[in-house]
Ligand binder design. Structure first.
Ligand SMILES: [Zn+2]
Length: 162
């Protein structure tokens, strides 16, 4: 047989603004089942997970607890890593953190390429933002002027030059 066909699978990278919850356990167990079955079928599997450590919610949580942001994300990322052992996830899994040096280098290379090709320009920008979702919201997504997933939270109006 020639070289095994490559197969790539990743989970979402959860924001580390809280400890892992059952939803992430469900996601990673499903992905693990797929990764293992593909490996048994002869594929060269690259199985990825990790933590997204950049976000305003994370920054605010760290501030709230008066902890250095890097220390805060280090502690929570470790809990996600420990969860892999608790759940018996395949040990060959790749765990990436968005604060890893190689991730930062890749992100910078991407933005440099985008800039080099002229896709970065300045423009004024105003949007409604739900901190709960960490997402901008369009009017068509709102119910009575609020995020349907976070109806008790006020939307923030973000205006800036980007
Ligand atoms: Zn929301």
């Amino acid at each position: 047989m020639s070289a095994n066909k490559p197969f790539y699978i990743t989970t979402t990278l959860p924001y580390v603004n809280a400890e892992p919850h059952i939803g992430f356990a469900m996601e990673i167990i499903r992905a693990d089942i797929i990764a293992r079955s593909k490996k048994l079928a002869g594929y060269e599997v690259f199985f990825n997970t990790g933590t997204d450590e950049h976000g305003i919610k994370i920054f605010r949580k760290a501030k709230e607890q008066n902890i250095d942001t890097q220390k805060y994300v280090d502690g929570l990322s470790l809990k996600y890593k420990e969860l892999l052992i608790v759940l018996g996830i395949t040990p060959e899994i790749n765990f990436i953190r968005t604060t890893d040096a190689h991730h930062k280098r890749a992100a910078q290379a991407f933005w440099e390429l985008v800039n080099k090709n002229g896709f970065i320009y300045k423009k004024n920008y105003s949007t409604k933002y739900c901190i709960g979702c960490e997402l901008e919201k369009t009017d068509s997504e709102l119910v009575n002027g609020r995020c349907p997933l976070h109806p008790l939270q006020e939307l923030e109006i973000i205006e800036e030059e980007n």
